[in-house]
Design a protein around this ligand. Structure first.
Ligand SMILES: C[S@@+](CC[C@H](N)C(=O)[O-])C[C@H]1O[C@@H](n2cnc3c(N)ncnc32)[C@H](O)[C@@H]1O
Length: 227
């Protein structure tokens, strides 16, 4: 009797050639989570994203595209290069791009080492990514490197709350389980200061608050930085 071949299910993080440790269980969970919850999260951020992602050109680079939350802000026919190192996001991202009529190219590399030439992008976008990357300053330096002079980086991110507020306390208390579940996500990053000091020629940042049950996630910024 022959035993049917079974595909081994990886249980430990898989390090891709890009240096990203994809976790099979949490990678799949987050892919499903953002697919199911994406509409709800976007509903909270929609107004700010409409402003930040307005008038994008036909070629766009996105860092950390996930399952495609921002495809709805791109015009039909946009060519999108997605810097997305997590393989568990790719299938849903491809399906979403087909549905939205976006021409997608996925690069399985990290934002800290984008494999695009200097001054090759007119526009780079990100949402809910600088909280998760290992080195947000390095990612911002890469974004600036690949942008043409005058090119724009448009972002919508969640950030640390003001000190001595209930939201800040919740961010502090929940930081470890939050980072574990959401694959390294930190609610304690002062991304406004980081973007403002990243060497862009001009930066326009709007802080705002959402009212979701995910309290540590409720303090946000959106805006544009010009290279
Ligand atoms: C919280 S999800 C947000 C996804 C999507 N942008 C959204 O708004 O729903 C964070 C995304 O960043 C990606 N990511 C994590 N580390 C990264 C890195 N170093 N460089 C680029 N992307 C990264 C993850 O794989 C994930 O897709």
């Amino acid at each position: 009797m022959t035993t049917p071949a079974t595909r081994p299910v990886p249980t430990t993080p898989v390090r891709s050639r890009a240096g990203f440790a994809a976790n099979p269980a949490r990678g799949r969970f987050n892919s499903a989570f953002f697919s199911v919850m994406g509409g709800y999260i976007d509903w909270h951020m929609h107004k700010r994203k409409v402003d930040a992602f307005a008038d994008l050109p036909s070629d766009v680079v996105e860092v950390g595209s996930g399952v495609g939350a921002n495809l709805r802000y791109l015009s039909h026919g946009t060519r999108l290069i997605a810097i997305e190192p997590n393989p568990y996001m790719h299938a849903r991202l491809r399906r979403a791009a087909r549905r939205r009529g976006v021409e997608l190219e996925i690069r399985s590399v990290v934002g800290e080492r984008i494999d695009l030439p200097d001054a090759s992008a007119e526009a780079v976008i990100s949402s809910l990514v600088l909280c998760t990357v290992s080195d947000p300053a390095a990612v911002l330096a890469e974004i600036r490197r690949i942008l043409v002079p005058g090119g724009r980086f448009s972002f919508a991110e969640h950030v640390v709350a003001k000190s001595r507020t209930p939201t800040r306390w919740s961010q502090r208390i929940l930081r470890r389980p939050w980072a574990w579940v959401f694959e390294g996500c930190s609610c304690e990053r002062d991304l406004s200061s980081l973007i403002a000091s990243a060497g862009f020629t001009s930066v326009d940042i709007t802080p705002y608050r959402i009212h979701s049950p995910f309290v540590p996630f409720n303090t946000h910024i959106a805006g544009t930085a010009i290279a």
